[in-house]
Design a protein around this ligand. Structure first.
Ligand SMILES: Cc1cc2nc3c(=O)[nH]c(=O)nc-3n(C[C@H](O)[C@H](O)[C@H](O)COP(=O)(O)OP(=O)(O)OC[C@H]3O[C@@H](n4cnc5c(N)ncnc54)[C@H](O)[C@@H]3O)c2cc1C
Length: 386
């Protein structure tokens, strides 16, 4: 097969598609376009080892120079795709160049949300990229009081890392439960308790009204109950939206992600992969978009198979992990808000346990809290539609 494959987004999703294509015998040209100036790197360490200073930055890079060279692909880095003409099978870059393709893979990930009142205050951070991790780390080394707005996975990981660096940390979220979307009520309460035990002030169930500033630098977070959290460093971790702005007018269907069929195909010759992709999950019977590292790789392998002519549904069991303090939390499946935990080994609240999350007696998720073996055993007991 010597067709031209163009991948937009040179991160884990894009790179994995390119490598899998080569392994499967695609001999034609492959071009990867990436908006960031860096070679492909991994994001999970950005809120953990890199932010903590435990790893040098280079350790986040997914491959070394020799491995990238061996791929025989062209990397166009530091350049942004600005427009897709799906009819003509061309994209336009921000330097005016046009690139043609036979097959396009969209792997552009997410863009962090900003607060409407974020303004131009100094000391307010978001975390998605290596450069942002570097800036946040540098500031953490001099800051005293950190406020993290958003108690999702990312906000909780940043709070944990900042706390372990010895800073005073407040975690704020209008939703009463920590990591509610990913963990449901019972498990979310355990994660909140973990943060409290480590000295984080958890202010959930109260909204953010605005930021206070002093001389152009943030000095606090104003809450909707009239109180103020003093902070010389604020991290906004209020979620992200799919990076689809460049696809406006392309004719592709965009609805909180690039809408794909059950084969991750958005249009003839166009696939989407990773955090940006919303595809029809045949087994779950609905459209799904996942924001986690394991899905990106599995989906990239499925997309490479599809490009090489396979015709298979993509139906993974969702999986993610998070590391906070000395806890590795692993979740297979999806935990709805009202799910009940049923212990499988150990008890929820202990330093190590495995459990099932159940809805109406059906096991919908397997949970491991410092228990990688237990979670795999629990996973085998999931209901077929999990
Ligand atoms: C700080 C952090 C910690 C995380 N920790 C975990 C974890 O513990 N466990 C877990 O399961 N998952 C974790 N994740 C999620 C995981 O990293 C993502 O699921 C994964 O990075 C998604 O890969 P991707 O290739 O789809 O997109 P991304 O990694 O977001 O890459 C998309 C790339 O496309 C580029 N791009 C965007 N628009 C354009 C354009 N128009 N033209 C050219 N290039 C463009 C972007 O600059 C970016 O480099 C974490 C994410 C972050 C940010």
């Amino acid at each position: 097969m010597s067709t031209q494959v163009l991948v937009v987004g040179a991160s884990v999703g894009g790179l994995t598609v390119a490598e899998a294509l080569r392994r499967k015998g695609h001999a034609g040209p492959i071009t990867l376009v990436g908006a960031e100036p860096h070679p492909p790197y991994d994001r999970p360490p950005l809120s953990k080892e890199i932010l903590a200073g435990d790893w040098p930055d280079e350790r986040a890079f997914l491959r070394d120079r020799a491995q990238l060279d061996a791929l025989g692909a062209e990397f166009v880095l530091g350049r942004r795709a600005e427009r897709l003409d799906a009819e003509a099978r061309k994209i336009e870059l921000d330097d005016g160049r046009t690139l043609s393709y036979d097959t396009l893979v969209i792997a552009t990930g997410l863009v962090p949300r900003r607060l409407s009142f974020q303004g131009g205050l100094g000391g307010v951070h978001t975390l998605r990229t290596l450069d942002q991790a570097r800036a946040l780390r540098a500031h953490l080394l001099t800051a005293l009081n950190v406020a993290v707005i958003g108690a999702g996975v990312l906000g909780c990981e940043i709070a944990a890392t900042a706390r372990e660096l010895g800073l005073s940390v407040t975690l704020v979220d209008p939703v009463p439960v920590v990591m509610a979307r990913q963990l449901g009520d019972e498990l979310g309460a355990l994660v909140a308790a973990l943060h409290v035990r480590h000295g984080v002030q958890v202010r959930t169930g109260v909204g953010v009204a605005g930021l206070a500033g002093d001389g152009g630098h943030v000095s606090g977070v104003e809450l909707t109950d009239g109180s103020r959290v003093p902070a010389d460093l604020v991290v906004v971790a209020t979620g992200s939206t799919p990076a689809t702005g460049w696809l406006a007018g392309s004719g592709l269907s965009i609805e909180d992600g690039v809408v794909c069929d059950s084969r991750c195909r958005a249009a003839p010759g166009v696939y989407a992969v990773g955090d940006v992709a919303r595809w029809h999950h045949e087994r779950l019977g609905g459209s799904v978009r996942l924001e986690n590292r394991t899905n990106v790789v599995q989906q990239a392998l499925a997309v490479a198979d599809a490009i090489m002519g396979a015709d298979a549904l993509y139906t993974p069991i969702p999986y993610f992990w998070t590391d906070q303090y000395d806890v590795k939390l692993q979740i297979h499946g999806t935990i709805p808000p009202g799910a009940r935990l049923r212990p499988v080994d150990g008890e929820p609240g202990q330093a190590r346990f495995a459990a099932l999350a159940e809805v109406d007696g059906l096991a919908v998720a397997a949970i491991g809290w410092n228990h990688p073996r237990g979670v795999m055993a629990a996973r085998r007991r999931l209901a077929p539609q999990s």
